[in-house]
Design a protein around this ligand. Structure first.
Ligand SMILES: [Zn+2]
Length: 337
């Protein structure tokens, strides 16, 4: 299929998005911040703003066995998708599991197998990978061990990966290569590629991952500094995906992305980045300052499109849409709900 379905001219909200990384299990979306209730539950209003902004679907991140269960529950309820896996900073959970690490992995596998098809299904294995900025949560050797076993699941179950790599590039690609993911996203060993999400590495690191057949997920954290923008510019359109990582990774006025966001047309800005209020002065129907949400994906896409002057905003958003659809097998989204 070579033709691109135009997202109906240029009327606001006509650009479409799949937010491939959103932490909808976070209590902030229920009004609770670090254990303190600050306002009423506005989950539905947040979803409504996302829909108005053209976010047609999302992948809810599962960062542990328990959180993956919650992510799937939300995905089923709202007709979205979920990932199932264990984040590197929580990989100590494997060893702490009552019946040991093999049993934890088996529980992840069972959860995936029970949710492979239909509405609210598992779209990827993850979040898994390495995070050497936060080894105080789980030591590097523990992270490496359980990253490897989750790669095994991706091969066994033929699912794409939802990957996290922070300050660990050399070890991250070494393990991927040793496990057979050195080329074409591991398709020769039964896997199906995937995305390295929230990318903040160098252009060289991005190039290596793209050459290995992986896609790169960009969010507000990937567009924070001038160096980040220089890397984001090098992500090829056929390897690009957009995300928010909400409620984290908001774009702020001090970020390098600001210079590009200032050219976002007012009608789109009203949809993607509507005026927010502080949690203390919460108004239902308005976003909350400091709490990112999926509607902001349009701001991420706009910034990245400005780094690709050869392409229109529509071409960039459609490329990211198509990449997410193809890698995670979400073809039903194009046929309408
Ligand atoms: Zn992550």
């Amino acid at each position: 299929m070579a033709s691109v379905t135009p997202a109906t001219q240029n009327s606001p909200g006509s650009y479409r998005f799949i937010d491939i990384a959103v932490n909808l299990t976070d209590p902030m979306f229920r009004g609770s911040y670090h254990g303190r209730k600050k306002h009423e539950d506005d989950f539905e209003a947040m979803l409504e703003r996302s829909r108005a902004a053209g976010v047609k679907s999302m992948m809810i991140t599962g960062g542990s066995l328990e959180e993956s269960r919650e992510a799937l529950e939300l995905a089923r309820k709202y007709d979205l998708y979920a990932t199932v896996g264990c984040h590197p900073t929580r990989s100590g959970q494997f060893d702490e599991f009552p019946d040991g690490p093999a049993a934890y992995l088996l529980e992840l596998e069972k959860l995936i197998l029970e949710n492979m098809t239909g509405r609210g299904r598992v779209a990827a294995i993850g979040e898994c990978g390495l995070d050497y900025d936060r080894t105080h949560f789980a030591p590097a050797d523990v992270q490496r061990k359980h990253f490897r076993t989750q790669l095994g699941l991706a091969k066994k179950l033929h699912l794409p990966l939802f990957l996290h790599s922070r300050a660990a590039h050399a070890d991250f690609v070494q393990i991927l290569r040793e496990e057979g993911f050195g080329q074409d996203g591991g398709r020769s060993v039964g896997a199906k590629g995937g995305v390295v999400h929230s990318f903040t590495g160098t252009p060289e690191e991005a190039a290596e991952l793209m050459d290995m057949g992986f896609h790169i997920g960009l969010n507000g954290c990937s567009l924070k500094t001038a160096d980040n923008l220089a890397t984001a510019k090098t992500i090829r359109l056929d390897k690009l995906m957009f995300e928010t990582d909400a409620p984290w990774c908001s774009m702020t006025s001090t970020h390098a992305s600001k210079q590009h966001l200032s050219s976002l047309p007012a009608n789109l800005s009203a949809l993607y980045l509507p005026p927010a209020t502080k949690p203390e002065s919460f108004v239902n129907g308005r976003p909350v300052k400091g709490r990112n949400e999926p509607s902001a994906i349009g701001g991420v896409a706009w910034t990245v499109s400005k780094l690709h002057p050869e392409a229109t905003f529509e071409r960039v958003t459609e490329a990211a849409w198509r990449n997410a659809m193809e890698v995670f097998g979400l073809e039903e989204l194009t046929h309408g709900a």
